[in-house]
Each structure stands twice: as C-alpha cells, then as structure tokens.
Design a protein around this ligand. Structure first.
Ligand code: SF4
Length: 911
C-alpha cells in the first residue's frame, strides 16, 4: 500500500452506496457491485461492521479509518462518523452522502501525514506497534510502517513506561465537624460562579444536604436525607458544595454514586469546578468502577505475546497503544473509544479485563503499575470518589476495601437503588455461573489458550509448603469436576448431560418446557415457579447438593490454611507472596459464600418457600437460542440487605433523584431506597423543577394507532420523525418491534436526510449511538430500557421523545410476587409513572430546551399522567394532529394563541 489515496473508498448508508476511485471520482453503485468490489480490492471504510451490515455482506473487511484513528490518536475522543472525524481532525465536513467517500480518503491522508509530524503527541511506541501490526497483517500496517521513521533510541515498552502508584499510610479517620451554613452558601456561590443567578431551590438543597455531614448521634443510625430535586435545580453542585467543604474540613472522603455513565461523566465535569487546578483535581477526585471495567496489564501482556490470534491480536495492539496514553485504564466508558471493541466484534475484549477474579495481586509483575490497584489506592486518599451503585453494593456485600469503606455517601439517581440492589444481592445457580467456578478451581481445559490458571497453579507454593493445604486443593479440583464443563449447553440440549450439575440443569430445562403455557414460541426466556417439583428434578437437586458440599468443604479448609499461613509468616512469605495469598483468601471467601448460597437454594427445593425470597426456574433465551438455564433467587425486598450492609454502617447518606417518589409519597421513596428499614427517622427535602413546562413541553397521546398494528406503528414513527426533522428518541418495550419499525422506515428517512440509528440493530455500543445522536441534530435514535434513563442530550439534538406504548412492567414471577406483597395495581402504577417520568426527563434538560413527548397508546389511563411535571400541557390527539403540532413547534404564539395548550387539565383528559 503506497499511499492511502491509492485506494478506493466506500460509503454505505440507508440512502445508498457510493464509491470513490483512487483519484477521487465518486459514483453511486448497487449492493452487488459494492460487495464484488469489496471482495477484490481493499477499500477505505468507516466502521466496517456497520458498512457490512448495510451491504448485507458479513465478511466485509478492509482498511478501517476508525482503526487508523485509534492507532494515531489513542485515548482521544471522536464521534465515529464522517462529521465526527472531520471535527476532530480539523477537516471540512462532508455534507452529503456522496461526498463522504472523498472525505474518507482525505481523512486517511491527514492521519497518515500526522505520522511524520514532529509535534505528534502520541508518537512514543508507535514504531514498535507498527512492526507488530505488520506481522499480524493489519490492513493499515504497511502504509503506517512506511511513513514512520525508526526512533533513534529504542523506546521503552509499555510495561516499563507506565508510572507506579505510591503506597500511602492509612488515612486517619475524618475529624468530627459541623458545617457552617454561611460557609456552605459561600462554597455553592464559588462553584456556581459569581455571575450565576442565585437559585433558591439549589441553595435550600445545599443547606439541607449539609446535615448528613453532622456528627452521627448513634451507631447504626446514619444521618439520612431523602431529597427529590426537580430537573434543573442544579442538584449536582447543590450537594458538591457541602460534600467538598466537609471533605476539606474533616479530611475525609465523600462517595458519590450514580446509576448511569452519563451522570458519572457529568459529575466529573462538575467536580472540576471544585478543583480547577488539574494536578489537584487528579489527587482529589477519583472515579471508581468495578474491576471488570479496567484493563488487566497481565492479560494484555499475555495477549501481546501470542495469547490472542488474528483480529483479536490486532485489537490487543491497539489497546496497548491506548494503555500508554489513557488517564485511568478504564476500558468501558473511560477514554478507550466505545466503538473500538465493536469494530472487532468484541472479540477478545473481556479477556483483557479481570472478569473472572483471577488477579494474582502482588504476584503479578505489573502489580505496582496496575490500573485497578492505582484506582483503589487513589480513592483511599481522595476527597470525592465518583462510583456507581453496583460497585458500592458489591464492595459492601463482599467486605472489600474495609479500611477505606465509604461512610459519607451520596446516591444520585436514587430511584435506581432498588434495581441495583436487586441484581447485586441475587443468586443464580445456572450453567454459566457454575462453569465460571469450575474454571476458577480447575483452570483452562482442552484447547483453551491464555494465561488463565487454576487454583493449584496459582497456589503452587502453598501446596508444596503446607500438606493440608495441598490436599485441600487436590480435593477441590476433583470435586469441581461435578460442575458443568465446556460444551455443557449442547449436551444438556441433546439430552446427554454429564455429571450432577448438568443433570440438574437438564431436569430444570425439562420442567420449564413441560410447564410452558404457550410462551415457548416467542423465542424469549421461559420460567416457572420453583415449587411442586417432580421426582427426577428433586433427585437431581439432591445429587448436586452433595456435589457442591464436597466442593465447599476443601475450599473452606484451604481458606483456614491460608489464614494460618499468613499468621505463621514462614520465611518465604515475603510481602508479595502475602499480598497474593490475601488476594486468594478474598476471592476464596466470595466463592465459598456463592456456593453456600447455592446449597441453601437447592436445599429449599421441594420444601416450603422462604418468605424473604422469590425463587424460580428459568431457561434464558435470546432470538430463539438458549444460552443459560438454572435456578434463580432474588430478595422479595432487596433494600433489606442494602440497609444492613450499606446504610447502617455509614455516618451520612443523601439519596436524591428528580423522581424519588415516583409520583407516590415519602413512604414509597423510603421503601425503594432502604430507608424504611432504618430504626430512626430520616429527613426529607423536595424542590420543584424551575422549568416552565407549560411553555417548554407538550405531551401528545396519539389515539388512532391500534395496538399490534405494526405497519401503522412504523408509519407513525416515520411521520413524527419527519415532522420534527430528526432529533427524536424512540423508546420501545420490545426489541422485536424496535427492529421491525427500524427496518420499515430507516431507508425512507435516510433519503430525506434523516439518519436513523437503533440499539440492537446497528453494531455499536449504546454510548457511541448516543454520541452520534447528540452530534447530528437531524439524526434519530431508537432504543429500549437503557435509553430511557441514560441519555443526556440537552439542547436541540433531542426535541422529540416517542414511546410506542405505556411501559407496563413484565408480568414475570418476580414482579408478580412483589406486586402481591406491595399492593397490586398501585405497585404497577408507581413503576409506570416512574418510567414515564424518566423518559420525559430526557426531553427538557435545560431552561431553554423545548420539545414534544408522544405516547402512541390510546389506552393510557389518566391516573398515570401525574408522571409528568405539573403544568405540562397534555392532549389526546390523532396522529395527523400530533404531526401538525410538532411541525408548528412550541412557540407561545402558536399554542397559547390558539388557546389549546392549557385548556385541558390533567383531570379533564377523556379516555
Ligand atoms: S495486579 Fe491483577 S488486575 Fe492488575 S495487572 Fe496484575 S493480574 Fe491484572
């Protein structure tokens, strides 16, 4: 490849396909010709999996501009579209589809020219990476290697270049201080800036939030505040003011936990106001995520040294380029572009993180540079730790990082605490979970590649020093063979299960299908009560119980031996070996807890139900394909464990959200957040949104789209998106309908210059889809649940939200049990109101946002409409009328002048 411009470039959208010859001449071509050309000549592409999907040619490959960008500018943000790349590369954007292939050539030329720029900041390591990528036949490697001058001096390789973290002495407990109200006000004024308008709601919120930092009066009784702060009152700075002040005066850490990545990102931006100086910011503000988010350097080294092959190996080298420039090593939601791994169809990504808890801690040669260890140490010294609900719960439940456990906590997006707790404290005795434990004990079997090791390899020194420990490892290894092995799903489906665990799974599967009431055809998951079991299942359960007990026993003995070893401290146990053994003890105790939970779950088979839990049997399926099965257990009320392991040990807790009461009362908020299980009173605060919803928004309930009429539904989406000229977020409750609507309207809209993207259709992660949507005011995005609450797109890019129907909860076994326990229809209504409020909340993010919220369901009960902020005009209209209203916009002259927007009060809405 002499020059990138010596190659044609190909662009495919829903509107058509265009190709530019090497000399830049562009023409429109058909699918068949595009596929034939792509098969014979390498062509410059932008996002090969997306182009492949548009061409219907899965094998498509070629020099992908995004891969070149990731090589040249690792850890740099770019929206992965022609417009996005033009903006980051300083090129003129291609306005029409037909000019995009020429743009791809120009962008490639610009990136290649960067390689010879003496001021290129990401040069270090590029030459070595290019050599390795040439050996792997990366499509860009030759042209990159040709342009890159060989460094005069051999460059340090990644693992020696990364900085080491410093060990710091344990932090002293925070001082007992009481925040002065005037000081909180002053801090708030400093953070909002002197010119900012004083917002009374925000000031009152900040002052009330300061109470959670008062000295705690009694052990087990944290100062707790439930605060409903309407959108736009500025709650982030409202709590950052007292939190940062307390952290400074008390020398302690405040943990702020969110549910969505969007808010986490926003918080990082807001926290910069507290510490404008970059160095101080890095010391004082730390983002924490679960271990599985971070790059494991040992896994990366293994991948670079032959553990990965083919495309996965190329990805590993691009990740290594990124690792040298990343701020924190976060592969998911950090500065690794979300689109990079999807270009490789996620091949190898999970193997680069520490998903299976196989970290060997101080036994790892990269321990002192490890991103995970660095993040955990930094948070012990930070003022503000930005985390997420799942991490808070997992760390508390597993007793991790006891020395620096959070004591002052702010749960933002508090309406999601229930869901986060629900998944953290659940148990799943399924094939996929059991095989993980088998691999953790036994290690890789068969042709598995990579560095993964079983217990005996990880603890070889223990086995040779301590006979009892060695025997326990052998016994555990033997007992783990009772768990499902590679290929279990196929054997279970074919009726030839091997071992007690697979036999139990086969019996579960048979029971679930036997009791199916006609749902099997749907292709989605199936479930049935864990009750009235027949003899073969009861027998299989008893056999598996015995097998699990045989595994737990040696693991417990091993745990005791490791503990004794750390106490005895033999000569060979240096600090590195001690840290490794302590790490093994922590992961061992987590596995033993899991196994004990499973044994308890099996023990209840055939017996009476435990009223605290909801148990059921399930076969998990997606698109008609089974992928897991087993027995599930959830807490009937998952906020109970939250209150005992997170709330009660803390000193101060603020739980806040714009929709904390879900249209209900404070009892509802207390029940959803765990406050109801505290033995003392908690404080309440509420401040309404300052937005003028009567002027800024309009809710339209479309009355003439019949439920189940897919062509009409698709037609309605197309008409509404056309009326708003894009900028629409379409929310669905079923993936199948989403796909079907997308397939019917995407081409048509694209021809009108209105690109339509969709979750579960376009091969991109959700964060990337939202970035693309935000970047193009004519784009629209269709999605499901994750978009209802995770999209933060203020301004003109989001001016229409369309919901296909009322978001009823799925009537599964768990939901039915909770509904029964909590109060029937009211329970459902609270959930729906909360979902409607979250979806509506996407629309109006700022005081000057305007937009329409459309519900395509005539059967929308009026009692649910309190979900929308007071004053929001609500109309039941035909589709034509909705289209007309959207086209005419929301200027006061249009609506108020006709006297229509305000004349229908909520109560007046007819059915
Ligand atoms: S310390 Fe653990 S997580 Fe970190 S690089 Fe080593 S093995 Fe991976």
């Amino acid at each position: 490849m002499a020059s990138p411009l010596a190659f044609p470039a190909l662009h495919a959208s829903h509107a058509g396909i265009w190709i530019a010859s090497p000399d830049g001449e562009t023409r429109r071509i058909g699918k068949a010709e595009a596929v034939a050309k792509a098969a014979e000549t390498p062509m410059i592409l932008l996002n090969a999996p997306l182009v492949a999907q548009r061409l219907g040619y899965a094998e498509l490959s070629g020099p992908d501009l995004l891969e070149l960008f990731a090589f040249v500018h690792p850890a740099r943000f770019a929206v992965p579209t022609a417009k996005g790349l033009a903006s980051v590369l300083g090129l003129e954007a291609a306005v029409h589809d037909e000019s995009i292939p020429r743009f791809l050539q120009a962008a490639a030329a610009k990136l290649i020219a960067t390689l010879t720029d003496p001021n290129w900041p990401e040069r270090e390591g590029a030459w070595d990476a290019a050599q390795a990528l040439t050996r792997l036949r990366w499509p860009w490697a030759r042209v990159v290697a040709d342009q890159l001058p060989k460094p005069q001096v051999k460059e340090r390789w990644l693992f020696s270049k990364l900085p080491e973290w410093e060990e710091a002495p344990p932090r002293t407990p925070p001082r007992s201080v009481q925040l002065d109200r005037a000081a909180v006000d002053a801090q708030l004024a400093r953070l909002t800036g002197s010119e900012a308008e004083v917002r009374e709601g925000q000031r009152a919120f900040a002052e009330t939030a300061a109470h959670i930092f008062d000295p705690r009066r009694r052990k087990g009784e944290p100062n707790m505040l439930l605060a409903e702060a309407g959108t736009g009152i500025g709650k982030t700075l409202g709590y950052l003011a007292p939190a940062s002040l307390w952290a400074q005066e008390a020398d302690g850490a405040v943990w702020i936990s969110t549910y969505t990545k969007a808010l986490q990102r926003q918080l990082v931006g807001e926290a910069r106001r507290v510490f404008p100086d970059d160095t101080t910011f890095r010391q004082k503000v730390v983002v924490r995520k679960g271990r599985e988010n971070y790059l494991c350097l040992l896994n990366l080294e293994d991948a670079l040294q032959g553990g990965f092959a083919g495309r996965a190996a190329i990805l590993a080298h691009l990740v290594a380029r990124w690792a040298a420039f990343t701020a924190d090593g976060d592969m998911i939601g950090g500065d690794l572009p979300g689109w990079l791994t999807t270009l490789f169809r996620r091949n190898g990504t999970t193997a680069l993180t520490d998903r299976r808890g196989e970290c060997i801690y101080a036994g790892c040669p990269h321990y002192r540079k490890c991103f995970i260890e660095r993040a955990s140490r930094s948070s012990a010294q930070a003022d503000i730790v930005i985390a997420n609900h799942a991490l808070m719960m997992v760390n508390a439940a597993r007793g991790r990082e006891e020395a620096s456990r959070p004591t002052r906590i702010i749960f933002d997006e508090g309406h999601h605490l229930f869901d986060a707790a629900d998944s953290t404290f659940a148990a799943a005795l399924t094939g996929a979970e059991m095989i993980e434990i088998r691999r953790w004990v036994i290690g890789p079997e068969g042709k598995a590649r990579g560095r993964r090791r079983g217990l005996s390899a990880r603890l070889a020194d223990v086995a040779s020093y301590d006979e009892e420990g060695g025997l326990a490892i052998d016994a555990a290894r033997e007992a783990a063979e009772a768990l499902p092995g590679d290929g279990w799903l196929g054997r279970v489906n074919e009726g030839v299960p091997s071992g007690p665990a697979e036999r139990m799974l086969a019996a579960v599967r048979a029971t679930v299908y036997a009791r199916d009431e006609g749902q099997a055809e749907s292709g989605y998951g199936l479930e049935t009560e864990y009750a009235n079991l027949d003899a073969p299942l009861i027998e299989a359960i008893a056999d598996l119980m015995k097998a699990l007990e045989a595994l737990v026993k040696p693991l417990m003995v091993l745990g005791q031996r490791l503990e004794a070893l750390v106490e005895e401290a033999p000569d060979w146990l240096d600090s590195a070996a001690r840290a490794r053994i302590e790490g093994a003890m922590a992961s061992l105790s987590w596995r033993v807890d899991t196994l004990r939970g499973w044994i308890a779950l099996l023990g209840r088979g055939g017996g009476p139900a435990d009223p605290d839990f909801v148990d059921w049997l399930a076969v998990d399926r997606g698109e008609g394909r089974e992928y897991d099965m087993g027995i599930h257990r959830h807490w009937l009320d998952p906020t109970r464990p939250v209150s005992s392991v997170v709330l009660k040990p803390a000193h101060g807790i603020l739980t806040t959200s714009a929709t904390l009461r879900s249209g209900g009362d404070w009892d509802t908020a207390a029940a959803r957040t765990g406050a109801a299980h505290l033995d003392h009173e908690v404080e309440h605060f509420s401040a309404p949104s300052p937005f003028d919803y009567a002027r800024q928004a309009e809710v339209l309930i479309v009355t003439d789209i019949q439920r189940g009429d897919l062509p009409a539904l698709a037609g309605a989406y197309a008409a509404l998106i056309g009326a708003s000229q894009g900028g629409a977020l379409g929310l669905f409750t079923a993936i199948r309908r989403l796909r079907s609507v997308h397939a019917r309207i995407a081409d048509r809209l694209a021809r009108d210059g209105l690109p339509l993207y969709a979750q579960h259709v376009d091969p991109m992660d959700t964060g990337t889809l939202v970035d693309i949507f935000r970047d193009d005011p004519h784009a629209s995005l269709l999605g499901t649940d994750a978009l209802r609450d995770g999209v933060d797109v203020p301004g003109h890019s989001l001016r229409l939200v369309i919901m296909e129907q009322v978001p009823w909860p799925r009537p599964d076994i768990l939901h039915k049990a909770r509904r029964l326990a909590v109060g029937g229809m009211d329970y459902d209504d609270r959930i729906i109101r909360s979902r409607l409020a979250q979806a509506f909340g996407r629309l109006i993010r700022k005081a000057d946002d305007h937009g329409h919220f459309v519900l395509l369901s005539s059967a929308t009960p009026s009692r649910l409409l309190t979900a929308f902020p007071p004053g929001t005009p609500i109309h039941r209209v035909t589709l034509d009328e909705a289209v007309r209203r959207i086209k005419s916009g929301l200027s006061p002259a249009t609506n108020f002048g006709q006297g229509s927007a305000l004349e229908i009060e909520d109560e007046d809405i007819p059915f």
